[in-house]
Ligand binder design. Structure first.
Ligand SMILES: Cc1cc2nc3c(=O)[nH]c(=O)nc-3n(C[C@H](O)[C@H](O)[C@H](O)COP(=O)(O)O)c2cc1C
Length: 216
């Protein structure tokens, strides 16, 4: 531990939040108090971003009819995804992939318009805007977890349809429907693992030394 490190308890709390964050699809309804919502959104806004472009935009959905329309967009894409999956289609249809109806808050996270003006760090890697938005969403996920709130990232939708529904300007792009709110309990492991959809690979399979494929 260096002089700049957090205390033992603080470090343990941070690692615990990282380990116990889960993508949640089951919610217990309820509400998120305004000051709590402001706190987790501020955590999102503390994220790093390429060239400090801060490309994230969050649209809080408070209109219940709009929430229903978002749910319908997700449902339509869920069916198309099942079709594209072929032999695993039935298995996929049995998975719960969103909690839009039950969660306390729905937030749509989008990339801002006018991103082409931001060249620093993006000339060769334009997708660094998406990476930056993802950092903000991860901050939100972790902040929600320590506050006892679950969050689920839903990406099963046609982005242009959602952009049209929410009147996004040309060039802006929605990348996540975020379901946020109280949960009965957090899954002890990724739900896709618990449901037998996929197993997790260990870090040792993903860590190389000097060259791709060369294990330390
Ligand atoms: C970019 C991104 C998009 C995702 N989209 C969906 C989604 O549409 N529906 C869903 O149920 N889970 C979605 N997830 C959640 C993943 O399935 C989940 O993170 C993964 O299974 C690991 O589980 P954990 O987050 O609980 O550790 C998404 C996660 C990420 C990072």
């Amino acid at each position: 531990m260096t002089d700049n490190a957090f205390s033992d308890a603080e470090r343990a709390a941070v690692y615990r939040a990282i380990a116990e964050r889960r993508d949640m699809r089951h919610f217990a309804g309820g509400q998120v108090a305004p000051e709590l919502l402001a706190r987790v959104l501020a955590a999102a806004h503390h994220a790093p971003s390429v060239g400090l472009m801060q490309p994230w935009r969050f649209i809080r959905i408070t209109d219940s009819a709009l929430r229903t329309q978002i749910k319908a967009l997700v449902e339509a894409e869920r069916l198309r995804t099942a079709e594209a999956l072929g032999e695993r289609s039935d298995e996929f249809m049995r998975l719960k992939v969103e909690g839009i109806d039950e969660c306390a808050e729905v937030l749509v996270a989008a990339l801002m318009d006018g991103r082409e003006a931001h060249v620093f760090g993006r000339r060769t890697l334009p997708e660094m805007d998406l990476a930056s938005l993802s950092c903000a969403i991860q901050n939100l996920w972790l902040a929600a977890r320590v506050e006892g709130l679950g969050m689920g990232w839903v990406s099963v939708f046609e982005p242009q349809a959602l952009a049209d529904l929410l009147h996004l300007p040309a060039g802006a792009k929605p990348l996540a429907v975020l379901c946020l709110g109280p949960v009965e309990s957090f899954y002890p492991a990724p739900m896709l693992v618990m449901e037998g959809w996929r197993s997790e690979q260990p870090l040792s399979e993903m860590l190389f030394e000097n060259q791709w494929g060369s294990k330390p």
